[in-house]
Design a protein around this ligand. Structure first.
Ligand code: TYD
Ligand code: MG
Length: 456
């Protein structure tokens, strides 16, 4: 009998099984067993490219000051929002993962990127296990970019893809998607934990050794995270998420991990008839559809990475039919909404107990920082009392459980953006020193002051 090429190893305790089992025989954990090759797994080999390697293959320690300073080269794509989120451009020899729901535009973005790098004289290969070259051609024909000279390959065997990459001396390899490829080293099906992990480790090593920049598409689960083992995100250099509210044309690109730049930078795109186009001024776009003079709306400025972005928070409080009132939140953590409603009730004397509450953030943006609390409270109170918030005002502050308004960071930059867009008043904690020309600081220290202002 041939020697087994792979084992099924428990991720918790490391116990090996000859075949797949749902529960580890050693530690009893469920769903921890995944296939791994018996040969030295590529994930265990160094990814340094071996330049600093010692004689017997191992590395020798060296003083940091002796480490050669390499100048980081970046290839810019000319899609400014994309380069910005990547930290300035694509780094040769790096590997990036882009996740997002089906239909959001991952393949389109990467094809546009490939076309642009090709136009800049780089060799690129677009390997797809999801679509045939004919389907890719159909998409390519729609784009503003000329994707004609981009090499495409319909293939799912990783070894064959890497062979082709070497053969055409590609400097950029796009792989759509990691869940569709498999390596000969394992017997399990494409998309299984073992395959995804092994293929990514292999790709990472290939990127470092050859200097090829590798982009892989990753599908997301219902929970919104990239499907497959968490180690996938640990292996790669950069993790991007492409997201957006289904009905809206806006697409938000975000880096959640970047070894070559900062994270949480936001790039906004719109999906047009001719591919994705970058939106250089997201605040203006998010506020464009704003209905001034309508109650239930409040503006805040979020920090998306290093950039301030103005968004509108919309609330609607309506008499509940019967039973438990509904709480529907889009773009905000429902638990945070519950906390703010409780604070408004107990500290501000404004009861939402008999009301259905709907809350949303325009543009598909998510409120991820507590600095948006004050705007959420203002939108809620504005809807409750049917009083519009002033159209030239924005709200910035975290709300504590005592109803106190707390200062927030990065205020100067947020206000500079607001001032640029014509805002004249900023409601914020009195402890916040606001010094932005053209903007008046309206000190507000407790939610009951907000209640008084909006219940008038
Ligand atoms: P796609 O890149 O295939 O998404 P993903 O790879 O993330 O699944 O994008 C598919 C959607 O984008 C599809 O609904 C069609 C639309 N689209 C446009 O509106 N305009 C275009 O120019 C292109 C290429 C696609
Ligand atoms: Mg796709």
């Amino acid at each position: 009998m041939a020697r087994a090429r792979s084992v099924y190893r428990c991720a918790e305790c490391g116990h090996d099984h000859p075949k797949w089992v749902g529960r580890c025989e050693a530690c009893g954990e469920w769903n921890t067993v995944a296939e791994e090759p018996v040969t030295v797994p590529s994930s265990r080999r160094p990814v340094s490219g071996g330049k600093a390697g010692g004689r017997e293959g191992g590395s020798v320690p060296q003083a940091l000051s002796d480490v050669e300073q390499s100048r980081l080269v970046r290839w810019t794509t000319g899609i400014p929002e994309f380069d910005f989120v990547m930290g300035g451009g694509i780094v040769p020899g790096s590997m990036a993962l882009i996740g997002g729901e089906p239909g959001i535009g991952k393949s389109t973005l990467l094809l546009q990127t490939a076309a642009r790098l090709r136009a800049a004289g780089r060799h690129v290969l677009y390997a797809s296990g999801e679509e045939s070259p004919e389907q890719i051609r159909l998409r390519a024909d729609r784009l503003v970019e000329d994707a004609g000279p981009v090499l495409v390959l319909g293939e799912t065997r990783l070894e064959a893809i890497l062979e082709a990459t070497r053969a055409c001396r590609a400097e950029l390899l796009v792989l759509d998607s990691i869940q569709a490829v498999y390596t000969d080293a394992l017997e399990s099906a494409p998309g299984s934990v073992g395959q995804v992990r092994e293929c990514s480790a292999h790709l990472m090593r290939f990127a470092k050794e050859s200097g090829t920049a590798v982009f892989v598409v990753g599908h997301v689960t219902k929970g919104g995270t990239i499907a497959g083992p968490k180690t996938l995100e640990h292996i790669v250099d950069t993790v991007l998420y492409f997201e957006g509210e289904g009905s809206l044309d806006y697409r938000l690109l975000r880096a959640t991990k970047n070894r070559f730049g900062s994270v949480d930078e936001l790039g906004v795109f719109s999906m047009t008839e001719r591919g994705l186009s970058a939106v250089p001024n997201p605040s203006a776009v998010f506020l464009a559809a704003r209905s001034e003079g309508t109650s239930g709306s409040a503006i805040t400025a979020l920090m998306e990475g290093t950039r301030p972005v103005l968004v509108e928070v919309q609330a609607l409080a309506a008499r509940s039919g019967y039973g438990t009132p509904q709480r529907v939140a889009t773009g905000i953590d429902p638990k945070r909404l519950a906390v703010l409603l409780a604070v408004l009730e107990r500290r501000g004397g404004s009861s939402f107990a008999q009301l259905d509450v709907f809350l949303q953030v325009t543009g598909g943006v998510r409120l991820r920082e507590p600095g948006a609390d004050l705007a959420v409270a203002a939108a809620l109170l504005s809807s409750l009392h049917n009083t519009p918030t002033p159209s030239d005002a924005l709200y910035l502050g975290e709300i504590g459980l005592g109803g106190e308004i707390r200062p927030i960071g990065g205020l100067e930059r947020r206000l500079a953006e607001a001032s640029r867009l014509g805002f004249r008043r900023a409601f914020a904690s009195p402890r916040q020193g606001v010094q932005v020309p053209g903007l008046k600081h309206v000190a507000i220290s407790h939610v009951d002051e907000l209640v008084r202002a909006l219940a008038a």
